[in-house]
Design a protein around this ligand. Structure first.
Ligand SMILES: Cc1ncc(COP(=O)(O)O)c(C=O)c1O
Length: 419
């Protein structure tokens, strides 16, 4: 019989095989200093384009003050236990009411973590006779939620309404046999490429098909829509989203998440979300911190305006210089270049060491082989000088990439890896 761990010793997986070259630098890097547009990486100052602090709240003095006061008042334990048992408080309820009002829904429920929360939401919404139809590019947390489902599921091609319709036809036939219903899942903004989910077109299909609609708006909340209520507000279809989800890990610059829906749906979910019923309640310093952040998002529109000033400058600057930024419709700013993984490593090293630019690098298997994706997250903290410096650096690395420099630099790495 085989040792269970044999595969671990033999094969570290498509990303894990790069660990000895990549760890500490390309993956698991340590950014130091206060969260800001400029931080330190390995002792050097870098412009940071990889932190989802869209509105610049993470280190805002007012936020820090509230966080510190709440921590001093409550410590990091209170309240203890799951919400249902002993971890419920007035302030959890207040936060839920304020979140619901902000995203224009009847009710909301606060979650400890987005990832587990949305998994449980999917799990609680469907039974074995129900059918899930979801975008093939959905975030891992949606895929894992779908994995919990005992019934049928179909993917539709990314943001492809024709493909969604085809799958809804199949799902409808199947649901007629099983006696179940249909759940459609999309993201408000797809976090890698920055496209908005086609929520308006999806919602319009409700006229033709009978389904319920769940939207993960992790990147849309706080950044899109007239008031910052997200992609549903931006596309004018918030009412057609049956269950709206957002995390506190991005615009709210914290930990935690929430779902919002009609009161009856939330009443059902709060008794059926396994990852919340059997896990410790979100601690008070985070709840108080979330109330403060939400208040600032609501009352300080200049935060979103500053964010979009930087987004527009960065995206239009990249386009003017002929960079391929794909089809982004949000703050997420991808730059696509052609090259191998070793070339991508040499390029990112140049960006960090010689230009002081820190952004995330995404390669195969997350995106197709032969493509390098440099993913940038602009924030309200960035300045137009940061943008200008970055644009110049990008022009320089593109020249070097095209001249074959990174290929030569990476040849030794490639040879060592047998690539
Ligand atoms: C689209 C999306 N959904 C859900 C999550 C998970 O949220 P959390 O970090 O709160 O677990 C993330 C990452 O933060 C995300 O990008």
């Amino acid at each position: 019989m085989r040792d269970l761990f044999e595969k671990i010793y033999k094969d570290k997986g498509p990303l894990g095989k790069w660990a000895s070259q990549a760890e500490g630098y390309f993956v698991f890097p340590k950014l130091e200093g206060q969260i800001s547009n400029r931080m330190k990486f390995q002792g050097k100052d870098v412009i940071t384009w990889s932190i989802n602090d869209y509105l610049g709240l993470a280190n805002h003095p007012e936020v820090r003050e509230v966080d510190a006061a709440a921590s001093s008042e409550y410590g990091s334990a209170y309240p203890m236990g799951a919400r249902m048992m002993s971890g419920h408080t007035e302030l959890h309820e207040q936060l839920q009411q304020e979140l619901a009002a902000f995203v224009n829904k009847e009710a909301a429920y606060v979650l400890n973590f987005g990832y587990q929360g949305i998994m449980s939401t999917i799990d609680a919404l469907v039974g074995k006779d129900d059918i899930i139809v979801y975008d093939v590019d959905a975030h891992a947390c949606i895929i894992d939620g779908v994995r919990l489902h005992m019934g049928k599921r179909f993917t539709y091609k990314h943001n492809d309404i024709e493909s969604l319709e085809k799958n809804l036809e199949r799902a409808t036939k199947m649901a007629e046999q099983t006696g179940g219903g249909i759940l459609v899942i999309s993201e408000g903004v797809f976090g890698m490429r920055g496209e908005q989910g086609r929520l308006k077109e999806i919602a319009a299909l409700k006229k033709k098909f009978n389904f319920r609609f769940l939207v993960d708006d992790a990147h849309g909340f706080g950044t899109l829509g007239a008031t910052g209520a997200g992609a549903g507000e931006e596309q004018g279809v918030q009412d057609d989203i049956d269950v709206y989800f957002a995390t506190f890990a991005k615009s709210m610059a914290s930990t935690g998440a929430f779902i919002a829906a009609d009161q009856e749906i939330i009443d059902y979910l709060k008794y059926n979300l396994r990852s919340q019923m059997f896990a410790k309640s979100l601690q008070m310093q985070l709840v108080k911190g979330a109330l403060k952040r939400l208040d600032m998002i609501r009352t300080m529109p200049e935060l979103k305006q500053n964010l979009w000033k930087i987004v527009d400058a960065l995206q239009s600057g990249l386009k003017e210089r002929g960079f391929d930024i794909g089809t982004t419709q949000s703050c997420v700013t991808p730059v696509y270049l052609k090259g191998s993984i070793p070339e991508a490593m040499a390029l990112v090293k140049d960006l960090r060491e010689n230009h002081g630019i820190f952004c995330s690098i995404v390669v195969y298997p997350v995106i197709p082989k032969g493509l390098i994706l440099l993913r940038m997250i602009p924030t309200a903290m960035h300045t137009l000088e940061d943008v200008e410096e970055t644009l110049q650096a990008f022009s320089s690395i593109r020249e070097r990439l095209n001249s074959g420099l990174y290929k030569r630099l990476s040849a030794a790495v490639s040879a060592a890896m047998g690539e």
